[in-house]
Design a binder for this molecule. Structure first.
Ligand code: BES
Ligand code: MN
Ligand code: ZN
Length: 497
């Protein structure tokens, strides 16, 4: 997809296939009004006849308007102008994209004409670019027949004098970088688990590092992890024919010596539950249990594209959780790299086991901040649904910064407690802790976070539980690429401040 910026344009004379024009519940935007005047009221008459209410995301395709050279004028509803924000703009962009047809190759978008209450125009430009690329995403590499519902290859944004320049171009580039990382994370999430296994993820890291001297990759295998004493990680990968991998990517975009942000992703490439096996229904969705890892790879890809001047270490704890004669049994006790012992009461609570050793390992980077990203608990989906990710951190400043980044990037997270009161639920009569709460399922997302907290005492840490947000089920089934956008916004905010 090619994006171009223009300061202004005579909308009636544009040589393109479509014009994308916003309309709020109060009426058409300036360009919409101009088009209406030039078509001698034909546009407003059509809008009226169609009883088009301009609800958010609603579209109306008007073909062959009198005196207008483009064959299609696509009106996109913005809803109430007082409630308009970046999220609405992204929704409008996606609906507009979907409403275009296969004949539309080149469209002009006037969506930035709206009052963007909580947004600067640069952010609006990034949002439109990102949302267009997200909407154009297809995962059809395993389909014999590829289909496409729009033919769009060029989008020209009409943005005004102040933004049709290098400032606007930087905003386009940012939107492209975020979308690139995000759609890459979706690809990885959508891949079937027979292809996307731990070694495949390691290979992806090597591919990213090729030709990029700012990125170096090191992959630890099970032998290396044995030497490090990663008993918890190995207890998970033990039941699988696939070797577990700890994948370490160092992106050195910042100054030498600047402490890195460390991202740790859960990369369980398939979660059967192990000996505590899951029910058969929808078990296929456990291929998405590596979406935390996918978001880390996505961020690294986006960082390279955006050339963000920051040091980031991306770590992936990649393993497959399978039942077998070699698998861990409920009741087994293992020693973690930290020296703390864990009684594995449920082999389906495997995410925290692979993560805890990764979280101990990364202390060697003396991180400025550590964020782990994991499809960790079904309980988080019960608590928050599929709208926001669960955010856990004992550190207010970090929690607030991540919340803010989620808001601005339309990839929101909601803070939950990681209080001492919950810690005793992890007590075990036989080891330092159990891997599940002895209080049953209540507060399961919180007790999982509390387990991780025991391994993060030496640095500033936050945990994102993306079990609800990393993928959609049903007709929209597929990986969402969340929280790549949140993380990219957080990282860019660190560069700016
Ligand atoms: N990968 C799952 C969490 C999950 C469940 C993500 C459903 C998305 C949808 C995780 O490994 C798991 O199985 N967690 C258990 C923990 C329990 C055994 C304490 C869960 O949530 O049931
Ligand atoms: Mn599990
Ligand atoms: Zn899992």
């Amino acid at each position: 997809m090619e994006f171009a910026l223009l300061p202004t344009v005579n909308a009636a004379l544009v040589a393109a296939d479509a014009l994308i024009v916003p309309m709020t519940s109060e009426g058409l935007s300036t360009t919409g009004q101009t088009l209406d005047a030039i078509s001698i009221g034909a546009l407003s008459a059509t809008i009226k006849a169609a009883n088009f209410e301009a609800k958010l995301g609603q579209t109306l395709a008007v073909y062959h308007l009198a005196n207008i050279s483009t064959p299609l004028v696509l009106i996109v509803g913005a809803g109430s102008p007082t409630e308009f924000n970046g999220r609405a703009l992204q929704k409008m962009t996606a609906s507009a994209y979907k409403a275009l047809n296969t004949k539309t190759q080149h469209a002009y978008s006037f969506l930035t004409e709206l009052m963007v209450s909580d947004r600067k125009t640069t952010e609006a430009i990034s949002d439109i670019v990102r949302a267009t690329l997200e909407a154009s995403y297809r995962f059809d590499s395993f389909k014999s027949k590829k289909t496409s519902d729009t033919g769009l290859t060029h989008l020209t944004l009409v943005v005004g004098e102040n933004f049709a320049n290098s400032v606007g171009q930087a905003a386009v580039a940012w939107g492209e970088s975020v979308a690139l990382g995000l759609n890459y994370a979706r690809d990885l999430g959508n891949l079937p688990p027979n292809i996307c296994h731990p070694s495949y993820l390691a290979e992806q890291a090597h591919v990213l590092a090729k030709n990029h001297r700012k990125l170096s990759v090191n992959v630890l295998g099970e032998k290396d992890m044995e030497k490090l004493g990663m008993g918890a990680f190995l207890a998970v990968s033990k039941g699988s024919e696939q070797e577990g991998k700890l994948i370490v990517m160092e992106y050195n975009g910042g100054k030498k010596g600047d402490k890195p942000v460390v991202l740790v992703g859960k990369g369980v490439t398939f979660d059967t539950g192990g000996i505590s096996i899951k029910p058969a229904a929808a078990m296929d969705e456990m291929k998405y249990d590596m979406c935390g890892a996918a978001s880390v790879l996505g961020v690294i890809k986006a960082l390279i594209a955006a050339k963000l001047p920051i040091n980031v270490v991306g770590v992936i704890a990649a393993a497959e959780n399978m039942p077998s004669g070699k698998a861990t049994r409920p009741g087994d006790i293992v020693t973690t790299m930290s020296g703390q012992t864990v009684e594995i009461l449920n082999t389906d609570a495997e995410g925290r086991l692979v993560l805890c050793d990764a979280l101990t390992y990364i202390a060697r980077y003396e991180p400025a901040v550590v964020i782990d990203i994991a499809t960790l608990t079904g309980a988080c989906v019960v608590a928050l649904g599929k709208v926001v990710s669960g955010l856990f951190s004992p550190n207010d400043e970090l929690a607030n910064a991540l919340t803010e980044a989620g808001q601005r990037s339309n990839d929101r997270a909601w803070r939950m407690p990681v209080w001492q009161d919950y810690q005793e639920l992890l007590d075990s009569p036989f080891a330092d802790m159990g891997n599940i709460s002895n209080g049953g399922p209540y507060g399961g997302a919180i007790t999982a976070a509390c387990f991780l907290e025991r391994f993060t005492k030496n640095y500033t840490w936050a945990h994102l539980d993306i079990a609800g947000t990393a993928w959609n089920s049903g007709t929209q089934k597929g990986a969402t690429g969340r929280p790549v956008a949140l993380l990219m916004h957080y990282l860019s905010s660190r560069v700016a401040s």
